[in-house]
Design a protein around this ligand. Structure first.
Ligand code: UTP
Length: 479
């Protein structure tokens, strides 16, 4: 039996926090299980757990105040929707300058579990493109490589993983020679975990030696950047803009010059892209103003009447959907993600069905929600930021995530949206191809992200291409 002082200290700390049961099977455990439990327990921030239990379990916390004083958030509209073309051109120029100066890094959050897709492996290794079936990671890597080539400057790529998928993610990059990127320009960051508790606030065990831990949410990405030393590294590299996107969305422009430019010109600490909602009850967050602060209210929190409210012209009043595309200022991340930070992202409570080991050591499979997990949401950074900027993005150029195995936001819809985007780019370059009313082309082809990272890039690349390929099934435009 191990009785090191560190174990005694730890047990005492857990006892003082009302969590002594975590060690209740200690004497029955093998030496290796004891050391596993000890290592895990010593990594838990008990002050944080105490605060979460006090606030979310014992307290009566509501994630949001009333919605009476809610207003739609202002945003910078696209030129085709009344925005100022000159301002967009100036922003693009400013963003391009920042890319040429190496001030911008890409940041992908890929620490989620992707349970809805039901794919066995890190979601970034899921094949998505219509012809060559490139994986999500490869699509982003090629967009990043093309952008670096275009602006003549290396672009560092930070990828958030979790303990669950980090090894498999790193292995996928190694096996694929970093998808053509320089190994030392790709950085993996493992996100934090938080213990799950029961409805009395007691930490759950999934077996006698294992504390149930869950990832701290995409909002945990900010503190992971600080804790891992990534923001310090960025500072040394001269990077101060972090272009944030989710792993499941191959349409996203990983480094959008206009977006970066509006962020910099607006002296913003956190900028976001909105896309107009596809329909009133679309399951996206809503950009709103509340008590003078910019906030995102989840569809699940915003009353349906509000989501459906219309303006005199018939348009939706709360029309600005959040699609998890942001630009962060590095110092802001240090400010809200640092240890002991004065302002922090809040945790949200999610009640879940969590199998657990009871006091008798029996594994219980609950029928309904019995436990609570805690997660931070990245958009909660918005009200903490100075001068937040929101710009409009066109859905067709920004957003088609792979979330579900079938139906909406599935591999099929994403595949079709990629094809529509390729057809639109060709059209912008003066090539019309046959398709249906939704813009879906009749032929299945592909534009390599290594050839062009966005529409403007494609138009100029295509103009210089000689000979140009005939667009037919299976064709890959890659220069
Ligand atoms: P989702 O909310 O879609 O969650 O994450 P998920 O875990 O990927 O999928 P489901 O809900 O289990 O089906 C949105 C983005 O945030 C990342 C995900 O990897 C995805 O890019 N994320 C989510 C993290 O990086 N960490 C988390 O703890 C949660």
């Amino acid at each position: 039996m191990t009785t090191s002082p560190s174990l005694n200290d730890l047990r005492l700390q857990f006892a003082q926090a009302g969590q002594e049961h975590v060690f209740r099977f200690w004497e029955e455990l093998s030496v290796s299980d004891q050391s596993k439990l000890l290592e895990r327990a010593s990594g838990i921030d008990l002050d944080e757990v105490n605060a979460l239990v006090a606030e979310h379990i014992q307290g009566d916390v509501q994630d949001h105040d009333g919605f009476d004083n809610l207003e739609p958030a202002p945003y910078i509209a696209l030129p085709e929707h009344g925005g100022d073309r000159v301002a967009w051109d100036a922003a693009t120029e400013c963003g391009e300058e920042a890319l040429r100066a190496g001030r911008v890094a890409a940041f992908t959050v890929a620490g989620g579990q992707g349970t809805r897709l039901g794919y066995d492996g890190p979601k970034g290794t899921f094949p998505v493109t219509p012809v060559t079936e490139k994986t999500l990671f490869q699509v982003f890597a090629e967009k990043i490589a093309r952008t670096a080539e275009r602006y003549g400057k290396a672009i560092h790529w930070y990828i958030l993983t979790s303990e669950i998928n980090n090894d498999a993610t790193v292995a996928a990059f190694a096996e694929n020679a970093y998808f053509g990127l320089q190994k030392d320009e790709v950085h993996f960051i493992v996100q934090g975990l938080v213990p799950a508790v029961d409805r009395e606030g007691k930490i759950l065990l999934s077996d006698k030696s294992t504390i149930t831990m869950t990832p701290d949410g995409h909002g945990g990405s900010l503190r992971a950047l600080v804790r891992s030393g990534a923001t310090a590294q960025m500072k040394a590299l001269g990077i101060d803009c972090i272009s944030y996107f989710q792993v499941d969305n191959p349409l996203v422009p990983c480094l959008d010059p206009a977006f970066v430019g509006f962020h910099l010109l607006g002296n913003s600490e956190c900028s976001s892209k909105m896309i107009p909602k596809a329909y009133a009850l679309e399951k996206v967050g809503h950009f709103c103003m509340q008590d003078g602060k910019m906030v995102v209210i989840e569809y699940s929190d915003l009353p349906a009447e509000k989501q459906q409210e219309t303006l005199a012209d018939g348009g939706l009043r709360f029309n600005a959907g959040s699609v998890a595309i942001h630009v962060f200022d590095r110092d802001f991340i240090d400010r809200v993600g640092g240890t002991g930070a004065e302002v922090k992202l809040p945790f949200h409570r999610a009640d879940k069905k969590i199998p657990f080991v009871n006091a008798a050591g029996e594994l219980i499979q609950p029928d309904g929600p019995n436990g609570v997990k805690f997660e931070m949401f990245v958009f909660d950074a918005l009200p903490l930021a100075a001068n937040p900027v929101i710009i409009e993005g066109a859905r067709a150029e920004n957003f088609s995530p792979v979330k579900n195995a079938e139906g909406v936001d599935s591999p099929k819809t994403c595949n079709e949206d990629q094809l529509r985007q390729f057809a639109t780019w060709l059209k912008a370059a003066g090539v019309e191809i046959a398709g249906d009313d939704s813009g879906l082309p009749e032929v299945c082809f592909e534009i390599s992200p290594r050839f062009a990272a966005d529409q403007a890039d494609f138009v100029s690349q295509w103009a210089g291409m000689d000979p140009k390929p005939e667009i037919a099934d299976g064709v890959i435009i890659m220069g």
